[in-house]
Design a protein around this ligand. Sequence first.
Ligand code: PAF
Length: 287
Amino acid sequence: MNVITSPDDVQFYSQRIREQGLTIGLVPTMGWFHSGHLALMDKAKRLADKVIVTLFVNPMQFGPSEDLENYPHDFDRDCRLAEELGVDLLYAPEKESMYPDGFATTVHVKGLTTGLCGGDRPGHFDGVTTVVAKLFNQTLPHLAVFGEKDFQQLAVIRKMVQDLDFPIEIVGHPIVREESGLAMSSRNTYLKKDEMAAALSLSQGIACAREMVGRQDTVTVGQIKDAVSAVILRHPQCTIDYVEVIDENSLMSTDTAGSDSRLLLAVKINNRIRLIDNSTLFGKERI
Ligand code: PAF
């Protein structure tokens, strides 16, 4: 596996691949790989001739009181896992080459970024779209794979790609879960043993909502949100940032639970670890 750290070198690498008539699949990450990341890489491998994985803990998407300094990292372990999976190139730029002195541009997607995680984490999505736009321009992929766990992020990136005419196919990948139902996340590593039951309340809340809509003919969105909140708040360690049922396309709150609606949750455990999860209410996924 190749490892590159400079934007110019990765662009040169990608141009050479394109000249050979080969396709590039990109998986942008912030590292600390888990099975969820590996599933994205595997998907990219099946869809493209060459796979580039980016590893960059992007300071621009972290708020001042967030976990940038403590974000988990182990470069050698990540390299080994990516190599074992058959990734062709790991691109791990330095902060200084991504945001040199004088860097002054922000990519902002209006509308989709205002509520949900955008409400709780002001500026977060501007950081995401700016870095993803840069990574696209540096790695020149034909397609890029993102996880559905960050459902709002996926919608925002799709909108950016559409509005800015990036010739890149955006592929979503279903959430990968632990046996317990916990959605895989690099932040799960912060969970102490006695916080695990509280963390599991997100997937349990989702399972409760899906069970409700499967069992009762007339269940309102209000009843779903109340039931899910109750499952979460049984744990005194949990505080709810949001429990929302939204329309999958507009991300707007909806009053009717239909095939296009999705339940999205953000919960803080001991005010320290922010976890998110989501699911369709009627779809077939395993929770
Ligand atoms: O989902 C993530 O890990 C990050 O938000 C991303 C897309 C790599 C941008 O930094």
